[in-house]
Design a protein around this ligand. Structure first.
Ligand code: PMV
Length: 325
């Protein structure tokens, strides 16, 4: 082992446009946000044969590849991923935490995976290799999601705004300014695996309609990138609204998601849509940038109005920022 303790951090993520279609090779626009996950690791003062442990949300679990517990198997997979990255030579003790709601569409699982993978790499290697971090995080994500596109772990690791294509990876999007987003919680967590499976089933039944929707989403992603490059947030918001309509057609929206989107638009959002797998989880609403609102002499009044509208409806939210990559 090369260090006695190590730490790792990672971003939560939002998908600005393109979820679900990205599983089928279409591009998506993702961003790392300023909330996320962190982990610390140290070499355990136990016998070399003891199991490594992970403490998360007050629960301590062993790394066990044959456990019934997904978290226990995911931790084991991260420690010894199939690409052959070195497992720690001695058992390790990892503590991790996240300020993202699990099942909330904000990439909580991927942020934890990347933070833990970085803390492990810091312990076993002389320098943290991002490809090895990605291999470890992907091994973890496969336990939970079955068929992950990789968008969550990429955004968690890199932050900023990224154009992501499955297999081809991520390219940072150059844009005129930072983005300010309101994130609203639908009140229900959802399973990414179940939602992805549901869309796969719909695609088997109605291939033409579903593939057309994916192509339309891909077009919106390219338009959105052009809008970002031009600094045109209104045009970006319009594309987000159109993406939401297509996601509704894929059966992944819910009544609470629609209510959050409507309330946000009514309170002045440029656009609003679900983010992540849908079926619950979170909504994101694009608001004028912090700088613009400050120029008008207030601390983002649009964001405040949106959060108040959500609260009146019994739904919770927060404001976050996507910093330049
Ligand atoms: O629910 P989340 O935040 O894990 O986002 C999943 C995004 C999907 O496109 C639905 C699945 C994927 O692997 O890309």
């Amino acid at each position: 082992m090369s260090a006695a303790t190590a730490t790792g951090r990672a971003h939560g993520k939002v998908i600005l446009l393109g979820e679900h279609a990205v599983v089928y090779g279409r591009p998506a626009l993702a961003a790392g946000i300023d909330r996320g996950a962190r982990a610390t690791s140290l070499v355990a003062a136990t016998a070399p044969a003891a199991l490594s442990t992970l403490t998360l949300a007050g629960r301590t679990i062993p790394a066990n590849a044959t456990s019934q517990d997904d978290l226990s198997r995911a931790f084991a997979a991260l420690l010894a991923p199939p690409d052959g990255s070195a497992p720690p030579a001695q058992p390790v003790v990892v503590e991790a935490s996240s300020d993202l709601p699990p099942g909330g569409g904000l990439g909580s699982s991927a942020a934890l995976a990347v933070a833990i993978a970085r803390a492990i790499e810091g312990l076993v290697a002389t320098s943290v290799s991002e490809p090895r971090v990605a291999a470890r995080a992907t091994a973890w994500e496969r336990i939970f999601h079955g068929n992950p596109s990789g968008i969550d772990t990429t955004a968690a690791a890199r932050g900023g705004c990224l154009r992501f294509t499955r297999g081809a990876g991520a390219v940072p999007v150059t844009r005129a300014r930072d983005l300010t987003l309101c994130i609203g919680w639908s009140g229900a967590s959802s399973s990414t695996r179940a939602m992805v499976d549901g869309v796969a089933l719909l695609r088997e039944r109605e291939p033409e309609r579903v593939n057309e929707a994916f192509d339309a989403i891909a077009g919106l992603v390219e338009d959105a990138i052009a809008a970002l490059d031009a600094g045109d947030l209104r045009a970006l918001g319009e594309r987000m609204d159109q993406n939401q309509t297509l996601l509704r057609g894929l059966g992944v929206s819910t009544e609470a998601i629609e209510r959050l989107c409507e309330a946000a638009r009514g309170a002045g959002a440029f656009g609003a849509k679900l983010t992540g797998a849908g079926g619950g989880g979170s909504v994101l609403a694009l608001v004028p940038s912090l700088d613009e609102e400050r120029e008008r002499g207030a601390m983002h009044p649009t964001a405040t109005a949106i959060l108040e509208a959500w609260r009146r409806d019994g739904l919770d939210g927060f404001v976050t920022r996507v910093a330049r990559a």
